[in-house]
Ligand binder design. Structure first.
Ligand code: MLT
Length: 325
């Protein structure tokens, strides 16, 4: 069995593949090489987010049986083309949950306490103590858009930190356990109108693109459940494109938003001259939600397990395109 790993993988995961007898091709390829059949002959390809497995690449690799996405989002894989070519796509959905939860909480606190502007001022030789009066997140309302695995972890941590948690998820499966402290909304505008802090935890689809936009920022109350005028804060560690970056920059400029923290962007990597970078109340990280030692090891081991099982049996619990024949 020949397996290509194009975006790197944890060493323990590579060892697991070798001990299963796989021949490994560990190398990144540019899109043209992939579309010209650079990986023809492999049974499986394991990618993170850098490699785009387009329809051209899938057609140029007729031996391919399984694509493993070492992570959650499969937006870099043409699922329809994979399905038509009888290629199973599998992912590792649970492996990075804890890490993304922690980054989200980190962004919520760092934004409310002006950690990034304070650090930038300090490096510039400015002692910004007076201007760095932030607010506590305790006593404030946090609105979660989406109530999947990561959102539920954020809800638990935020509740422990004293936040009142609200959530909106029109796709919540029947029977999902809702923590008693979490208040569900049936309308997204109602979530934005209620909460001074919003965190996004949904997929990017045509429906969800730019769901966080000027009209919704304008609904946010600016005053917490505790009566403190903490301003409005938005965090996105889910998918680029959920927040309209243009609207968010304008809302930061006008003060409608007191802070914006993004780990994901409409176009990655972020351009050095992106307008958000000139806002002091903007806090950005380069899509590092899953970039922890723990998550990367778990992601690697989980995806290897999923790929090997699928090569052997034709399926596994994390198959994304179940409609393959
Ligand atoms: C994921 O979908 O797993 C995360 O966004 C992390 C990543 O893409 O590397």
């Amino acid at each position: 069995m020949r397996i290509a790993i194009t975006d790197g993988l944890h060493p323990d995961a590579l060892d697991l593949l070798r001990s299963a007898g796989a021949t490994l091709l560990v190398e990144h390829h540019d899109p043209e090489a992939l579309a010209s059949g650079a990986l023809d002959g492999v049974d499986a390809i394991i990618v993170r987010s850098a490699t785009k497995l387009t329809s051209d690449v899938i057609h140029a690799t007729p031996t391919l049986r399984v694509i493993g996405r070492a992570g959650v989002g499969v937006d870099n894989i043409d699922l329809s083309a994979a399905t038509l070519a009888n290629v199973r796509v599998v992912n590792a959905p649970g492996a990075s949950t804890r890490s993304v939860v922690e980054l989200t909480i980190g962004h919520l606190i760092a934004s409310a306490r002006l950690v990034a502007p304070s650090d930038r001022a300090l490096r510039d030789g400015r002692w910004m103590k007076k201007q760095a009066t932030g607010s506590e997140i305790a006593g404030k309302r946090l609105g979660l858009v989406g109530y999947g695995r990561i959102a539920r972890g954020v809800a638990q941590a935020a509740t422990a930190l004293g936040m009142e948690v609200h959530a909106y998820d029109p796709y919540l499966p029947q029977g999902v356990d809702i923590a008693p402290a979490v208040r569900l909304h049936t309308d997204l505008d109602s979530l934005f109108s209620t909460c001074t802090h919003i965190s996004l935890h949904c997929n990017l689809t045509e429906e969800s693109r730019h769901l966080a936009n000027a009209a919704r920022f304008a609904l946010m109350p600016g005053v917490g459940a505790d009566g403190v005028a903490c301003g409005n804060h938005v965090v996105n560690c889910a998918r680029g494109g959920l927040v309209s970056e243009e609207d968010a920059a304008a809302a930061l400029e006008s003060g409608v938003l007191a802070s914006l923290a993004l780990d994901v962007f409409e176009h990655e990597p972020l351009a050095a001259d992106h307008p958000l970078l000139s806002h002091d109340r903007f806090l950005g990280t380069p899509h590092i939600g899953a970039s922890t030692l723990e998550a990367q090891r778990r992601v690697g081991l989980d995806i290897v397990d999923a790929v090997l099982r699928t090569l052997e049996t034709g399926t596994c619990p994390t198959v994304v395109n179940r409609d393959v024949l």
